[in-house]
Design a protein around this ligand. Sequence first.
Ligand SMILES: [Fe+2]
Ligand SMILES: [Fe+2]
Length: 289
Amino acid sequence: MTAAVKIGSEAHKELFCRDFVATYTDYDPETLPWPALDEAALERLRTVPFWQEVLHTELRAGAIVKAFTATIEDPVIKEAVALQGFEEARHAALIRTMIRRYGIEVDEHALDPIPADIETAFKDFGFGECVDSFLGFGVFKIALQSGFLPESMFRIFDTLMYEETRHIVFFVNWMAYRQVQRGLGARWIRGLTSLRYYIRALKRLVGTARRGAELQDGKNFSATQASMFLDGFTFRRFIEDCYGENRRRMTAFGDGLLRPSFLPALADMALSSLRLWSFRRRESAGTAP
Ligand SMILES: [Fe+2]
Ligand SMILES: [Fe+2]
Protein backbone atom coordinates (compact mmCIF):
# COMPACT_ATOMS: atom_id res chain seq x y z
CA MET A 1 0.00 0.00 0.00
CA THR A 2 1.38 3.40 -1.01
CA ALA A 3 1.46 6.12 1.65
CA ALA A 4 -0.82 9.05 0.83
CA VAL A 5 0.96 11.68 -1.23
CA LYS A 6 0.18 15.35 -1.25
CA ILE A 7 -1.75 16.20 -4.42
CA GLY A 8 0.31 18.54 -6.57
CA SER A 9 3.64 17.59 -4.97
CA GLU A 10 6.71 16.24 -6.78
CA ALA A 11 6.00 12.85 -5.19
CA HIS A 12 2.47 12.95 -6.63
CA LYS A 13 3.82 13.79 -10.09
CA GLU A 14 6.34 10.92 -9.90
CA LEU A 15 3.60 8.55 -8.75
CA PHE A 16 1.03 9.26 -11.47
CA CYS A 17 3.61 9.43 -14.26
CA ARG A 18 5.60 6.35 -13.20
CA ASP A 19 2.43 4.35 -12.59
CA PHE A 20 1.21 5.26 -16.07
CA VAL A 21 4.44 4.22 -17.78
CA ALA A 22 4.78 1.03 -15.67
CA THR A 23 1.29 -0.20 -16.64
CA TYR A 24 1.97 0.02 -20.38
CA THR A 25 0.95 -3.08 -22.38
CA ASP A 26 2.92 -3.97 -25.48
CA TYR A 27 0.96 -5.30 -28.49
CA ASP A 28 0.64 -4.90 -32.21
CA PRO A 29 -2.96 -4.44 -33.47
CA GLU A 30 -2.16 -6.53 -36.56
CA THR A 31 -1.16 -9.61 -34.59
CA LEU A 32 -3.95 -9.60 -31.98
CA PRO A 33 -6.03 -12.81 -31.90
CA TRP A 34 -8.80 -11.48 -34.17
CA PRO A 35 -11.51 -14.15 -34.29
CA ALA A 36 -13.13 -15.56 -37.42
CA LEU A 37 -16.75 -14.36 -37.47
CA ASP A 38 -19.70 -16.21 -38.93
CA GLU A 39 -21.94 -14.38 -41.40
CA ALA A 40 -24.46 -13.28 -38.77
CA ALA A 41 -21.80 -11.84 -36.42
CA LEU A 42 -20.05 -10.20 -39.35
CA GLU A 43 -23.28 -8.54 -40.39
CA ARG A 44 -23.89 -7.30 -36.85
CA LEU A 45 -20.36 -5.89 -36.60
CA ARG A 46 -20.64 -4.16 -39.99
CA THR A 47 -23.90 -2.46 -39.16
CA VAL A 48 -22.71 -0.90 -35.89
CA PRO A 49 -23.23 2.75 -36.83
CA PHE A 50 -20.35 4.36 -34.97
CA TRP A 51 -17.05 2.83 -36.22
CA GLN A 52 -16.32 5.88 -38.34
CA GLU A 53 -16.84 8.17 -35.35
CA VAL A 54 -14.65 5.95 -33.14
CA LEU A 55 -11.83 5.95 -35.71
CA HIS A 56 -12.07 9.71 -36.13
CA THR A 57 -12.06 10.25 -32.34
CA GLU A 58 -8.94 8.10 -31.89
CA LEU A 59 -7.11 9.81 -34.78
CA ARG A 60 -7.97 13.21 -33.35
CA ALA A 61 -6.92 12.06 -29.86
CA GLY A 62 -3.52 10.96 -31.19
CA ALA A 63 -3.02 14.31 -32.96
CA ILE A 64 -4.00 16.43 -29.92
CA VAL A 65 -1.90 14.46 -27.43
CA LYS A 66 1.10 14.47 -29.78
CA ALA A 67 0.85 18.24 -30.29
CA PHE A 68 0.50 18.80 -26.53
CA THR A 69 3.53 16.57 -25.80
CA ALA A 70 5.71 18.90 -27.85
CA THR A 71 4.86 21.81 -25.51
CA ILE A 72 5.72 20.02 -22.22
CA GLU A 73 9.04 20.83 -20.56
CA ASP A 74 9.00 18.52 -17.54
CA PRO A 75 10.70 15.30 -18.78
CA VAL A 76 8.74 12.97 -16.47
CA ILE A 77 5.34 14.31 -17.57
CA LYS A 78 6.52 14.52 -21.19
CA GLU A 79 7.43 10.82 -21.25
CA ALA A 80 4.01 9.83 -19.90
CA VAL A 81 2.01 12.10 -22.22
CA ALA A 82 4.11 10.95 -25.21
CA LEU A 83 3.19 7.37 -24.29
CA GLN A 84 -0.48 8.30 -24.15
CA GLY A 85 -0.17 9.85 -27.63
CA PHE A 86 1.40 6.62 -28.88
CA GLU A 87 -1.44 4.60 -27.37
CA GLU A 88 -4.13 6.82 -28.91
CA ALA A 89 -2.50 6.42 -32.33
CA ARG A 90 -2.40 2.66 -31.70
CA HIS A 91 -6.13 2.71 -30.87
CA ALA A 92 -6.75 4.25 -34.29
CA ALA A 93 -4.54 1.53 -35.84
CA LEU A 94 -6.53 -1.13 -33.96
CA ILE A 95 -9.86 0.20 -35.25
CA ARG A 96 -8.43 0.45 -38.79
CA THR A 97 -7.18 -3.14 -38.58
CA MET A 98 -10.67 -4.28 -37.56
CA ILE A 99 -12.28 -2.22 -40.34
CA ARG A 100 -10.01 -3.76 -42.98
CA ARG A 101 -10.16 -7.28 -41.63
CA TYR A 102 -13.94 -7.50 -41.45
CA GLY A 103 -14.77 -5.35 -44.46
CA ILE A 104 -16.53 -2.55 -42.56
CA GLU A 105 -17.43 0.47 -44.68
CA VAL A 106 -16.31 3.86 -43.37
CA ASP A 107 -15.66 7.23 -45.00
CA GLU A 108 -12.47 8.62 -43.55
CA HIS A 109 -12.50 12.38 -43.53
CA ALA A 110 -9.72 14.85 -42.79
CA LEU A 111 -9.19 15.89 -39.18
CA ASP A 112 -10.15 19.41 -38.11
CA PRO A 113 -7.10 21.59 -37.51
CA ILE A 114 -5.62 21.25 -33.99
CA PRO A 115 -6.71 24.28 -31.88
CA ALA A 116 -4.04 26.92 -31.26
CA ASP A 117 -4.58 26.71 -27.47
CA ILE A 118 -3.30 23.17 -27.23
CA GLU A 119 -3.40 22.93 -23.43
CA THR A 120 -7.13 23.78 -23.37
CA ALA A 121 -7.64 21.29 -26.23
CA PHE A 122 -5.85 18.61 -24.17
CA LYS A 123 -8.04 19.40 -21.15
CA ASP A 124 -11.24 19.31 -23.22
CA PHE A 125 -10.09 16.03 -24.68
CA GLY A 126 -9.25 14.64 -21.20
CA PHE A 127 -12.64 15.51 -19.67
CA GLY A 128 -14.30 14.17 -22.82
CA GLU A 129 -12.47 10.86 -22.25
CA CYS A 130 -13.74 10.77 -18.67
CA VAL A 131 -17.34 11.07 -19.92
CA ASP A 132 -16.92 8.67 -22.86
CA SER A 133 -15.18 6.06 -20.72
CA PHE A 134 -17.76 6.14 -17.91
CA LEU A 135 -20.63 5.64 -20.37
CA GLY A 136 -18.51 3.22 -22.42
CA PHE A 137 -18.05 0.97 -19.37
CA GLY A 138 -21.83 0.44 -19.22
CA VAL A 139 -22.27 0.01 -22.98
CA PHE A 140 -19.39 -2.49 -23.04
CA LYS A 141 -20.93 -4.61 -20.29
CA ILE A 142 -24.38 -4.61 -21.88
CA ALA A 143 -22.92 -5.48 -25.31
CA LEU A 144 -20.84 -8.31 -23.79
CA GLN A 145 -23.83 -9.77 -21.96
CA SER A 146 -26.03 -9.53 -25.06
CA GLY A 147 -23.74 -11.89 -26.97
CA PHE A 148 -23.70 -9.38 -29.82
CA LEU A 149 -20.21 -10.57 -30.81
CA PRO A 150 -18.02 -13.49 -29.67
CA GLU A 151 -16.24 -13.04 -26.35
CA SER A 152 -12.84 -13.22 -28.07
CA MET A 153 -13.73 -9.94 -29.82
CA PHE A 154 -14.61 -8.31 -26.53
CA ARG A 155 -11.27 -9.43 -25.05
CA ILE A 156 -9.51 -7.35 -27.73
CA PHE A 157 -11.67 -4.34 -26.92
CA ASP A 158 -11.10 -4.86 -23.23
CA THR A 159 -7.42 -4.02 -23.82
CA LEU A 160 -8.54 -0.73 -25.32
CA MET A 161 -10.94 -0.06 -22.42
CA TYR A 162 -8.16 -0.74 -19.93
CA GLU A 163 -5.95 1.80 -21.67
CA GLU A 164 -8.72 4.40 -21.70
CA THR A 165 -9.16 3.82 -17.96
CA ARG A 166 -5.42 4.38 -17.47
CA HIS A 167 -5.67 7.57 -19.54
CA ILE A 168 -8.43 9.10 -17.45
CA VAL A 169 -6.72 8.21 -14.17
CA PHE A 170 -3.53 9.81 -15.48
CA PHE A 171 -5.48 12.81 -16.74
CA VAL A 172 -7.32 13.69 -13.51
CA ASN A 173 -4.04 13.43 -11.59
CA TRP A 174 -2.21 15.59 -14.13
CA MET A 175 -5.07 18.12 -14.05
CA ALA A 176 -4.95 18.36 -10.23
CA TYR A 177 -1.15 18.59 -10.27
CA ARG A 178 -1.25 21.33 -12.90
CA GLN A 179 -3.78 23.35 -10.92
CA VAL A 180 -1.81 23.10 -7.69
CA GLN A 181 1.32 24.19 -9.55
CA ARG A 182 -0.57 27.26 -10.80
CA GLY A 183 -1.83 28.16 -7.33
CA LEU A 184 -5.36 26.96 -8.15
CA GLY A 185 -5.22 23.81 -6.06
CA ALA A 186 -7.96 24.61 -3.51
CA ARG A 187 -10.55 21.83 -3.61
CA TRP A 188 -13.43 24.15 -4.50
CA ILE A 189 -11.50 25.75 -7.36
CA ARG A 190 -10.56 22.36 -8.75
CA GLY A 191 -14.17 21.22 -8.36
CA LEU A 192 -15.57 24.26 -10.20
CA THR A 193 -13.01 23.96 -12.99
CA SER A 194 -13.86 20.28 -13.46
CA LEU A 195 -17.57 21.07 -13.46
CA ARG A 196 -17.06 23.65 -16.23
CA TYR A 197 -15.11 21.19 -18.37
CA TYR A 198 -17.58 18.36 -17.70
CA ILE A 199 -20.48 20.54 -18.84
CA ARG A 200 -18.57 21.37 -22.03
CA ALA A 201 -17.82 17.66 -22.58
CA LEU A 202 -21.46 16.67 -22.06
CA LYS A 203 -22.61 19.38 -24.49
CA ARG A 204 -20.18 18.07 -27.12
CA LEU A 205 -21.42 14.54 -26.54
CA VAL A 206 -25.04 15.59 -27.08
CA GLY A 207 -23.97 17.39 -30.30
CA THR A 208 -22.15 14.28 -31.56
CA ALA A 209 -25.10 12.02 -30.73
CA ARG A 210 -27.47 14.38 -32.53
CA ARG A 211 -25.26 14.54 -35.62
CA GLY A 212 -24.87 10.74 -35.55
CA ALA A 213 -28.63 10.24 -35.35
CA GLU A 214 -29.19 12.63 -38.28
CA LEU A 215 -26.57 10.91 -40.43
CA GLN A 216 -27.66 7.35 -39.71
CA ASP A 217 -31.35 7.96 -39.34
CA GLY A 218 -31.59 4.40 -37.98
CA LYS A 219 -31.06 2.99 -41.47
CA ASN A 220 -28.24 0.55 -40.82
CA PHE A 221 -28.74 -0.58 -37.29
CA SER A 222 -31.80 -2.73 -37.77
CA ALA A 223 -34.49 -3.23 -35.16
CA THR A 224 -33.35 -6.84 -34.61
CA GLN A 225 -29.80 -5.75 -33.83
CA ALA A 226 -30.93 -2.95 -31.59
CA SER A 227 -33.20 -5.33 -29.73
CA MET A 228 -30.20 -7.55 -28.88
CA PHE A 229 -28.88 -4.61 -26.89
CA LEU A 230 -32.14 -3.27 -25.66
CA ASP A 231 -33.76 -6.45 -24.37
CA GLY A 232 -34.28 -5.79 -20.68
CA PHE A 233 -32.58 -2.39 -21.01
CA THR A 234 -33.60 0.23 -18.48
CA PHE A 235 -32.02 3.56 -17.66
CA ARG A 236 -31.45 2.36 -14.11
CA ARG A 237 -29.67 -0.80 -15.23
CA PHE A 238 -27.48 1.18 -17.60
CA ILE A 239 -26.42 3.61 -14.85
CA GLU A 240 -25.84 0.68 -12.48
CA ASP A 241 -23.59 -0.96 -15.08
CA CYS A 242 -21.63 2.26 -15.71
CA TYR A 243 -21.20 2.80 -11.98
CA GLY A 244 -20.34 -0.81 -11.13
CA GLU A 245 -17.92 -1.25 -14.02
CA ASN A 246 -16.23 2.05 -13.27
CA ARG A 247 -15.68 0.90 -9.71
CA ARG A 248 -14.36 -2.50 -10.79
CA ARG A 249 -12.01 -1.09 -13.42
CA MET A 250 -10.67 1.60 -11.11
CA THR A 251 -9.44 -0.99 -8.59
CA ALA A 252 -6.63 -1.83 -11.05
CA PHE A 253 -4.81 1.40 -10.16
CA GLY A 254 -2.45 2.23 -7.34
CA ASP A 255 -3.46 3.76 -4.02
CA GLY A 256 -2.64 7.42 -3.70
CA LEU A 257 -3.90 8.25 -7.20
CA LEU A 258 -6.99 10.37 -7.78
CA ARG A 259 -9.81 8.85 -9.82
CA PRO A 260 -12.45 10.66 -11.88
CA SER A 261 -15.23 11.32 -9.37
CA PHE A 262 -17.80 13.63 -10.97
CA LEU A 263 -19.83 11.11 -13.01
CA PRO A 264 -19.61 8.31 -10.39
CA ALA A 265 -20.96 10.77 -7.78
CA LEU A 266 -23.72 11.91 -10.14
CA ALA A 267 -24.62 8.27 -10.92
CA ASP A 268 -24.62 7.44 -7.21
CA MET A 269 -27.05 10.29 -6.59
CA ALA A 270 -29.27 9.26 -9.49
CA LEU A 271 -29.36 5.64 -8.33
CA SER A 272 -30.20 6.63 -4.74
CA SER A 273 -33.06 8.81 -6.01
CA LEU A 274 -34.34 6.02 -8.28
CA ARG A 275 -34.23 3.54 -5.39
CA LEU A 276 -36.07 5.94 -3.12
CA TRP A 277 -38.61 6.67 -5.82
CA SER A 278 -39.35 2.99 -6.51
CA PHE A 279 -39.50 2.28 -2.73
CA ARG A 280 -42.02 5.11 -2.24
CA ARG A 281 -44.01 3.90 -5.24
CA ARG A 282 -44.16 0.37 -3.80
CA GLU A 283 -45.09 1.78 -0.38
CA SER A 284 -47.90 3.93 -1.74
CA ALA A 285 -49.16 1.07 -3.94
CA GLY A 286 -49.22 -1.13 -0.81
CA THR A 287 -51.16 1.42 1.27
CA ALA A 288 -53.58 2.54 -1.43
CA PRO A 289 -57.23 2.15 -0.46
FE1 LIG B 1 -8.09 6.09 -27.31
FE1 LIG C 1 -7.43 7.67 -24.37
